[in-house]
Design a binder for this molecule. Structure first.
Ligand code: SF4
Length: 361
């Protein structure tokens, strides 16, 4: 641990206000409609030479469908890499916009569609490219590291794109080279990485509305009620949640923890969409949601991302049927944005670290 304190550079708070966050509306389908939509989508995927790539935080229906139709379920970077390896000419990305953009950055020759282009991310929204670029320009001596949860334009201004699964390894490497960083946009992940590595880092003040909603006191109480439970925490969570964790890790690391640890019960501080994968990996384990403010109280997301919830079978069928909702990126931005992503992939390969499965949501 380091005594160096990371500095949040800006007097401006880039976290979203609750009024800027849409309500979480989960698609509800009866059995017959679900079956009909799934059959229709399966047919359309074949007809359109398309493959469905879904994030871990999307609905069980979408994850089930992706896996049943030769698609893929994973984290953002891995989703994009799957897109580069699959032969389909169209990628349908069920997730949030930056994931569609990352897929397009790495696969410019492919058509990338999304069920809903309004599916944003509070980290992406909280890091406007113009303001971020201006800040970076004020600190030309610093290496710019951005999380995958950023726009193509922000990635284009960065030196490195990083995932939560490889963040510590990469930043330790940069610290070893004596580099000083700008880190954006997640202040909590940045503070965690800074604390673990001791690197000199200026933090952008963004946050994830899902992970920031977990409550430390309520988590302590829940732990006391379940002393046999292991606490699993995604590092986008605030420090007072992270310090209560038995395991801090990316989504894939958390799924692996549920599978591998001998404990029978887990308290999980990340989006509850991940429970689908965790239950697949370890059906006999008990999963408890880490407490948030509770519906109708102070929590904004209640452990489920409102933008991820915008993906459903209905709008997926619609976009396949009618086209539209295509991700398009200015080629000059794409050419710059692809470089820090490729740098990350090369670093991961060199370290023989499998980025496959390292989540950034
Ligand atoms: S869960 Fe958080 S980080 Fe992931 S897409 Fe939603 S707002 Fe962004």
């Amino acid at each position: 641990m380091s005594a160096v304190t990371a500095e949040i550079f800006s007097k401006k708070d880039y976290r979203l206000l609750p009024t800027q966050v849409p309500p979480t509306v989960v698609e509800t389908l009866d059995v017959a409609e679900k079956a009909a939509l799934m059959a229709r989508i399966e047919r359309l995927l074949v007809e359109r030479d398309a493959v469905l790539v879904a994030h871990y935080y999307t609905s069980p229906e979408l994850q089930e469908l992706a896996e049943a139709t030769g698609g893929y379920v994973s984290d953002s970077l891995d989703m994009a890499r799957f897109g580069t390896e699959c032969k389909a000419s169209t990628l349908v990305v069920a997730g949030v916009r930056f994931m569609g953009e990352t897929a397009k950055i790495l696969n410019p020759e492919k058509r990338v569609l999304m069920p809903n282009l309004d599916a944003e991310c509070s980290l992406d929204l909280g890091c406007p490219a113009e303001e971020f670029t201006a800040f970076c320009d004020q600190h030309p001596e610093r290496t710019v590291v951005v999380y995958a949860n950023t726009s193509a334009a922000v990635k284009a201004r960065s030196d490195w794109v990083v995932t939560s699964g490889i963040a510590l390894d990469l930043v330790r490497h940069l610290a070893g080279q004596g580099e000083k960083l700008i880190w954006a946009p997640d202040q909590h992940l940045g503070a965690y990485v800074q604390r673990e590595t001791g690197i000199d880092m200026l933090l952008w003040s963004g946050s994830c509305v899902v992970h920031e909603a977990f409550k430390a006191d309520a988590l302590r109480q829940l732990r006391a009620q379940h002393p046999d439970a292991k606490v699993l925490v995604h590092p986008e969570s605030p420090l007072d949640i992270i310090t209560q964790a038995d395991v801090v890790g990316s989504t894939t690391a958390l799924v692996e923890a549920v599978r591998k640890l001998s404990a029978k019960k887990f308290i999980v501080a990340t989006d509850n969409g991940l429970f689908y994968k965790m239950k697949q990996a370890a059906p006999d384990k008990i999963l408890l949601e880490a407490p948030t403010g509770g519906k109708g109280a102070t929590c904004v997301s209640c452990a489920h991302c409102p933008w991820m919830a915008m993906n459903g079978l209905r709008n997926l069928a619609q976009v396949l049927e009618c086209g539209g909702n295509e991700i398009l990126i200015d080629e000059a931005i794409r050419e710059r944005a692809v470089q820090p992503i490729r740098r990350l992939l090369a670093f991961a390969k060199q370290r023989k670290q499998v980025v496959l499965g390292n989540n950034d949501a």
